[in-house]
Design a protein around this ligand. Structure first.
Ligand SMILES: Cc1cc2nc3c(=O)[nH]c(=O)nc-3n(C[C@H](O)[C@H](O)[C@H](O)COP(=O)(O)OP(=O)(O)OC[C@H]3O[C@@H](n4cnc5c(N)ncnc54)[C@H](O)[C@@H]3O)c2cc1C
Length: 454
């Protein structure tokens, strides 16, 4: 037990961490509380279940999320490899068949001779052995309380939401049309189904109904201050705002957000639509589609009513309603080092959403680094701290160096990288993105060479 390596939480970060540890020739025990204890949002007993969108973000090499995924590929990430194997068409994004994805990650981990999966809730942080805590945004209540005690303060929570899924056969394709947005390079035409509001008045009627529609009241455990949990940070995950909350920001907020029509010309009509609701494939079979950016906390009956006001969805069969959930993260600048080791306890690492790194790819990436580093610590090797010019290095640097008073979760983006040299800053946004991406790749390759990891 003294030297056991444990990973708590078999989600995105924990699954990747366990794989990295095992692949370095070390035994690892992966604890997952499902199915006996539910998280509130997961629906299966599989490891690495995606609970909201089925997209892991852009796959383009000059987009921040694409840069991060390419770094993960260099480190032989299990989850990115399986995502590539179970991808569904989604333009320039890496979206997966969520059931195949989770089932394959589960199969690979269960069949690894060095991985032992134990299905039980870990109620307190283990005091012995080496630990990666990756229990995610929906960490169980007892572990959350222990975590709050460990952090001393600032075990924070906030909310985000999941979007509805409809049966493809119930979409009226006489009104909806297939197309991908023109500004996504490398797209395969027609990956998305688009429901157009051609008539401004129809859109405004929809908008008025949306902002006044009835919402689900927060459950007590979400609305109240839990023991040791600071309610001062109770807010929505900015990248996953409920559609009705975006709408409330102003009449045009949706037109510049999830309903923006730019680049989505309806081939049957001369002028562009006034607004467009996009739907993305949920599974390889293509019989399920999710409403892109339509995370919502409306009551289920209101979702039925509102969705049917969208042109093309008059008879939509909703197979999963949108929902809103609690989300937990620590104050990483107070608690963590850029190696993802905790400051207070050398044998304890953290990974995933709980560190304040947002987004599926970021959660996988921190799981990968925490897994590698806990394995190195157990083997007496120096820990890896990645260069800030790499996307993963920048994420770890950002969450551990930002001002704790204003700390907010962060996802991969070029803004967290050190600025380019002055002469590199010329050109448009796309040119600069390419330069950032090239620099990240060069730095990562050099780092891997220097550390004999290539
Ligand atoms: C409702 C919701 C929707 C989201 N949607 C998106 C999205 O669309 N796109 C995106 O990029 N990000 C999204 N996120 C943010 C984040 O990327 C995901 O939550 C992601 O799954 C986090 O990865 P993780 O490994 O940190 O946690 P998880 O994938 O949640 O894994 C944590 C695991 O730990 C287990 N666990 C919890 N407590 C214990 C315990 N005490 N003992 C043992 N096991 C435990 C859980 O059952 C779970 O399997 C969403 C988050 C939430 C809450």
């Amino acid at each position: 037990m003294d030297n056991q390596i444990s990973v708590i939480g078999g989600g995105l970060a924990g699954s990747e961490a366990a794989w990295q540890i095992a692949e370095k020739g070390l035994d690892v025990v992966l604890y997952e509380m499902r199915p006996a204890t539910a998280s509130g949002a997961h629906r299966s007993a599989d490891l690495a279940e995606l609970i909201c969108s089925n997209s892991l973000g852009s796959n383009l090499p000059d987009r921040a999320s694409g840069v991060l995924k390419n770094e993960l590929r260099k480190f032989k990430s299990l989850l990115i490899q399986v995502a590539d194997e179970t991808a569904v068409p989604a333009g320039a994004a890496l979206a997966v068949d969520r059931e195949l994805f989770a089932a394959e990650v589960t199969r690979r981990l269960l069949s690894h001779p060095r991985v032992k999966v134990i299905r039980e809730e870990v109620r307190t942080i283990p005091s012995e052995g080496f630990v990666v805590l990756a229990s995610g945004p929906l960490t169980s209540a007892s572990l959350s309380n222990d975590l709050a005690d460990f952090c001393g303060k600032d075990n924070l929570y906030f909310f985000d939401a999941i979007s509805p899924i409809v049966d493809a056969r119930s979409i009226n394709m006489d009104i909806a049309y297939t197309a991908s947005r023109w500004d996504e390079e490398g797209v395969i035409e027609g990956d998305y189904i688009n429901c157009p509001f051609h008539n401004k008045q129809d859109y405004q009627n929809f908008y008025q109904e949306l902002i006044s529609a009835q919402r689900i009241e927060l459950k007590e455990f979400e609305a109240s201050i839990e023991k040791g949990v600071d309610a001062g940070h109770s807010h929505f995950f900015e990248g996953c705002l409920p559609v009705e909350v975006i709408a409330q920001r102003g009449a045009k907020a949706l037109l510049y957000g999830p309903l923006r029509p730019v680049g989505l010309k309806d081939p049957r009509v001369e002028r562009p639509p006034y607004a467009v609701v996009q739907l993305r494939k949920e599974n390889i079979a293509g019989d399920l589609y999710n409403l892109v950016g339509f995370q919502t906390n409306l009551t289920f009956s209101e979702q039925s009513r509102l969705l049917r006001m969208i042109p093309g969805l008059e008879n939509a069969e909703i197979v999963r309603y949108g929902q809103m959930h609690r989300n937990t993260f620590i104050s990483a600048p107070d608690v963590l080092l850029p190696t993802l080791q905790t400051k207070a306890k050398a044998n304890l690492f953290m990974a995933g959403q709980i560190t304040g790194v947002e987004g599926y790819a970021g959660n996988i990436a921190t799981g990968l680094l925490a897994g590698i580093n806990v394995g190195r610590l157990a083997s007496g090797l120096p820990l890896l701290e990645l260069p800030c010019e790499t996307m993963l290095g920048a994420l770890c640097h950002y969450i551990t160096h930002t001002d704790p008073k204003t700390f907010q979760p962060m996802k991969a983006n070029f803004g967290i990288l050190p600025p380019l040299d002055l002469n590199e800053q010329k050109g448009n946004k796309r040119d600069r993105a390419q330069k950032y991406a090239q620099r990240s790749e060069k730095e990562m390759d050099e780092f891997l060479l220097k550390t004999n990891l290539l």
